[in-house]
Design a protein around this ligand. Sequence first.
Ligand SMILES: Cc1cc2nc3c(=O)[nH]c(=O)nc-3n(C[C@H](O)[C@H](O)[C@H](O)COP(=O)(O)O)c2cc1C
Length: 328
Amino acid sequence: MSRPLPDVFDQALASAVRAPSPHNTQPWRFVVEHDVIEVWLDRERLLTVADPHAREARLACGAAAFNLVICLRANGLAATVRMLPDRTRPDLAVVIRLDGNQKATALERKLAEAVFRRHTNRRPLLDKEVPPALRAALKSAALSEGGQIEYLDASGRYTTVASLVRQAEALQAGDLDFAAEAAFWTHRELDSPDGVPKIASGPPPHSHGIVSLRASHENQDLPSREYEQEPLLGALLTRDKGPHAEVRAGMAMQRVLLTATAEGLATSFLSQPFETPRTRESLDRLFAGLGQPHTLLRIGYGYPTRLTGRRPVADVLTQRTGPDVPAS
Ligand SMILES: Cc1cc2nc3c(=O)[nH]c(=O)nc-3n(C[C@H](O)[C@H](O)[C@H](O)COP(=O)(O)O)c2cc1C
């Protein structure tokens, strides 16, 4: 098969690092060898308090892998994907192997282009409904990667989940370790290569709405604002649970986020209830029968905000020139 041009790999890796990750920790490393790109979980960059089992980090690795794949496909390259292919190396999250050429579709090009515009928008959304056709498009995006989006308004779980978000937020606010970890990773300068810059935080809410964004992501320098009354919330599920499902969920999550971006929608996350054991168990019970919940997305219309920084690709890349011989 024809070898890809090196700049296609450069572009794919530049896309990979634009993936979202909890507190912008970027818990990934990439190894390139010939026509294979490996995505590794980097345990040195785990949130040890909020994410001790690397669940959110695996979602982030899955998202980075999706960005890689969509970039390759948009460039006319077919790629096969294997998730957690080696039991003896559980931190090898995804292996992507080039598999010849394949004509890029308009959708693949649209999603690949959205990688460089997607960002987490923590600002107030407009009180404008997401139309049914777009709700359906996000559901199909999740399905095509083996995930599922469950809209909470449609499934009658809205109030319960919103209450779990508030409960978890209150528990975390009273936990010094949580607070210290969040403080370390947030309120950074805009040019910080990792962590969440202050400019990406939202204004303090005027009054407490039905769901609360993370207090650690409030920018107290901004005047308080009214947030939307009842944002569209979608839970991302997979049929199975465990590390494999978490990587798969990350890929599905990223396809949903890119589809939303391409359609002009703003998105952000509400992860608090996944990070405290009691609320997490309640979430698991609430969705029992439907699937394993992995993350909660807030979706709507808003004004775009700034992209946040990333570490350079060179800092997260190893090029292997032969079996087990790292070149850099
Ligand atoms: C699994 C996961 C969980 C996240 N949870 C939250 C969250 O609870 N609140 C929030 O504001 N952002 C959350 N984020 C968004 C990250 O903070 C964001 O992706 C990161 O700061 C990089 O910024 P960007 O998404 O704008 O590129 C989460 C991201 C991921 C992948």
